[in-house]
Design a protein around this ligand. Structure first.
Ligand code: TMP
Length: 206
């Protein structure tokens, strides 16, 4: 039987460059013939991609608790139908965002409460967590600079310094003294960050 694969998530505020780093990692893993699966949240399954559209559409009038429940149900669908089956086949699963986004955006910034969010995650999702999480951090001023250059923005890509400061603070709070997190300085250049990611992933899977 295959060895159970590992699960890694990428987290951070808006415009930190995690998605392009993940794409580049995929090319590297393919070259090394390491079995892997790249996925994302909200999303990752047909149902969860539909829920993503509902959540991120500015035109939809959804309260924070409604959004939280949509995220939890889409996450459970993602875990059961994609993440766990791939891990059971021995694959390295890499998700662009996972539960920590909920703990920060809905629970800390939007006010549901981090400890209540952690409890929901325990009760409803069996406390299923990544083996490791790369947390990308940059200054809020740099986020604004990068967002202004973007053509298409979603619900949380707002040009609002205090909002992004709060997101960063939330990530710092939830990652403090938890060795699941590997902090990445997203101000560094692309190749430098990619090199760090590759060497950390090598350690995680070996
Ligand atoms: P992204 O795929 O570009 O990172 O966009 C996803 C957006 O959804 C981002 O603004 C963060 C937000 N989000 C939450 O608010 N809560 C969550 O649990 C997740 C997974 C994402």
């Amino acid at each position: 039987m295959n060895k159970i694969g590992k699960f890694i998530s990428f987290e951070g505020p808006e415009a930190v460059g995690k998605s392009s780093q993940i794409r580049s990692l995929g090319i590297y893993l393919k070259k090394l013939k390491i079995p892997y699966l790249l996925t994302r949240e909200p999303g990752g399954t047909i149902v969860s991609e539909k829920i993503r559209k509902i959540i991120l559409d500015n035109k939809n009038d959804i309260s924070n608790n409604e959004e939280l429940l949509l995220l939890m149900s889409s996450r459970l669908n993602h875990i059961n139908n994609v993440i766990k089956p791939a891990m059971n086949k021995g694959k390295l699963v890499i998700s662009d965002r996972f539960c920590d986004s909920t703990f920060v955006y809905q629970c800390y910034v939007n006010g549901y409460g981090i400890s209540k969010g952690l409890k929901l995650h325990k009760d409803l999702l069996d406390n299923f967590l990544p083996n490791k999480t790369f947390l990308f951090l940059i200054s809020p001023e740099e986020i604004i600079k990068r967002l202004k250059k973007r053509k298409k923005n979603n619900k949380y890509d707002k040009i609002n310094l205090s909002f992004h400061k709060k997101i960063i603070l939330g990530y710092k709070k939830i990652s403090k003294s938890d060795n699941r997190f590997i902090l990445i300085n997203a101000n560094k250049n692309f190749n430098y960050i990619q090199k760090i990611l590759r060497s950390e992933i090598y350690k995680i899977i070996n």
